[in-house]
Write a protein that binds this ligand. Structure first.
Ligand code: TYD
Length: 129
């Protein structure tokens, strides 16, 4: 979990992210999940090469993530907090609140070929099959 630098004053809060400083990679892509149905699910994959940081910029959702050996579940519902997921980590995003927005900072451009979408293949690649 990354505590993101935030400046607060009577006008509200401003959180900022600088590449290679607040996140341990250079940011090559930004995308965001929005309009997800309440209690909806996303993810269900791992990346061979891409590292990401997930931020609940509005609302909240749960992230189940693991390396094939250990699994953890966290609820992201705080715009000042990022979840760093290096390459090689399976993730499931679940239990979206209505109106939640998941901002993702990624270390590389989109490449569908670097996704692992089959959990058994993931386990085999991690040596856990
Ligand atoms: P998908 O990987 O299913 O979303 P999730 O992150 O919830 O697992 O991606 C949904 C669609 O969006 C799919 O057609 C691929 C496309 N997409 C891009 O074109 N560029 C991107 O950077 C991403 C993340 C997805």
């Amino acid at each position: 979990m990354i505590a993101l630098r935030t400046v607060e004053d009577p006008r509200g809060a401003l959180t900022f992210v600088e590449a290679k400083c607040d996140v341990p990679f250079s940011i090559e892509r930004v995308y965001y999940l929005h309009g997800v149905p309440e209690r909806g699910r996303r993810g269900g994959h791992a990346h061979r090469k891409v590292a990401e940081v997930l931020i609940a910029v509005a609302g909240g959702f749960e992230v189940l993530f693991g390396d094939g050996l250990d699994e953890r579940r966290v609820r992201l519902d705080e715009p000042r907090t990022g979840l760093y997921l290096p390459a090689g980590i399976w993730r499931e995003l679940e239990s979206f609140a209505a109106g939640a927005v998941c901002l993702v900072l990624a270390s590389a451009p989109y490449d569908p070929g670097e996704y692992i979408r089959d959990y058994d293949e993931f386990l085999a690649l991690r040596g856990q099959g």
